[in-house]
Design a protein around this ligand. Sequence first.
Ligand SMILES: Cc1cc2nc3c(=O)[nH]c(=O)nc-3n(C[C@H](O)[C@H](O)[C@H](O)COP(=O)(O)OP(=O)(O)OC[C@H]3O[C@@H](n4cnc5c(N)ncnc54)[C@H](O)[C@@H]3O)c2cc1C
Length: 506
Amino acid sequence: MEEYASPMSNTCRKIDTVHVVGGGLAGSEAAWQLATAGVPVVIHEMRPVRETDAHKTDGLAELVCSNSFRSDEWSTNAVGLLHEEMRRAGSLIMAAADVHKLPAGGALAVDRDGFSQEVTRRLEAHPLVTIAREEVAGLPPADWSSVIVATGPLTSPSLTQAILTLTGEDSLAFFDAIAPIVHYDSIDLDIAWKQSRYDKAGPGGTGADYLNCPMTKDQYEAFIDALLSGDKTEFKEWEASTPYFDGCLPIEVMAERGRDTLRFGPMKPVGLADPRKDNMRPYAVVQLRQDNALGSLWNMVGFQTKLKYAEQTRIFRMIPGLGEAQFARLGGLHRNTFLNSPVVLDGLIRLKANPRLRFAGQITGVEGYVESAAMGLVTGRLAAAERLGREPVVPPATTALGALVNHITGGHLVHDFTEIADGDEIANADPASETPAPSSSKRRSFQPMNINYGLLPTAEAPKFDADGRRIKGKDKGFARKRAASERALRDLDGWLQANDLKSAAE
Ligand SMILES: Cc1cc2nc3c(=O)[nH]c(=O)nc-3n(C[C@H](O)[C@H](O)[C@H](O)COP(=O)(O)OP(=O)(O)OC[C@H]3O[C@@H](n4cnc5c(N)ncnc54)[C@H](O)[C@@H]3O)c2cc1C
């Protein structure tokens, strides 16, 4: 086992290395938390030696699809709260996102290349971080006494198989869908106009950060017909019955659920007024968000799809403003792999069957860039505490970070298949696939989850406003969220203070 003298330690104490497998969102954050606590770390990242289906570069923390970290508003938005907690905990991912943010209304969107390069540069520059470009093609070697596996939804097959053999539990496979990206100069700006919903400026925004393509009722109906009849990617039997995560539904699947589903989802027109039509609200809207710092590429918000490429081009050119659209990237589908964490992980996010292995990121059953990085942050700090001879303590369940930990290790109720409505049932996996069929009827109800207030315990909210008026209706919901966010940040500050790893390293 390697030992290093930590430069942060004035006693020259030897601290054993922690190994992080996977240099994505979670692995990069975990490594940063370890290194800044004074613990030496090796990141084992397989790219560019071995590629995944979705990554395009060899950069660490590459964003494989959208360039958005979603809302940055912490007082009434759960992912905004997670941003704030991570910033307070010294997150590398948030620091790099803040440096490379782009205008995006109330959301935090980033220049994907600048962001990934920033993360890579900071990790490469840290004296306690070593980056090994290699695949860990099976169980990590036995002499790695502390390992964080952060290999993501596209974990390489040999490692997936090794984990499955070890846990005896099966991973669940389903698909995330990629939204198309359009060249800005191919968008008809006589039709599309710039406006953020409700003119909200948000971090680094102007209030006019989205391109909006308006539709009349007739255009919308024709578009829905085209989606429904459009040629889709042929699915194998097991893929067809794979459950989609509701936050990432392909648009044609939404259209199948009801002709108005898209108008209440990604194509909703609320908070938008068409200046070419006397500021009337259109019947439906397709929004595009800036995708790179140059502003030359824009992605179609919420337009993940499994339509065939030729069909995407034909159907998306029916959208007013996109009649001549040139696509830099068309939508696609990708597999996701995640553990049945409530069953196989313990409360400190270690594999029960082999506690030297921790898991972080999407593979634990959280969903999204920020949530994946958040799990890296927590596991990095837990592994660092152990190496520094401290008791590892997870964040309180009242914080967004703690709520995610709770979701994957204890908060989820494992439902029996027979209790689930017919439509939700999941068929067995293809026996020919790398992922074996599920062995237990109880194991499949755990699903990936974005952070949301439903994962946090209810907070006591004030009943009256500052003027003594009773808080009613929608404002009651906001007051509850605000109370939960304020409590979360208070509790997080307490946890950070009580678990100050920098002082432990000295
Ligand atoms: C196609 C697709 C689109 C997605 N789109 C979005 C989106 O738009 N917004 C969003 O919030 N989330 C999205 N997600 C979900 C999720 O947020 C991202 O996948 C996120 O990158 C997960 O972070 P991670 O650190 O867990 O994994 P990753 O960021 O994928 O990092 C895992 C790393 O491990 C490496 N690796 C894998 N196996 C090995 C091995 N055996 N040895 C060494 N290295 C290995 C990989 O090369 C990779 O760099 C998407 C996922 C997919 C698959």
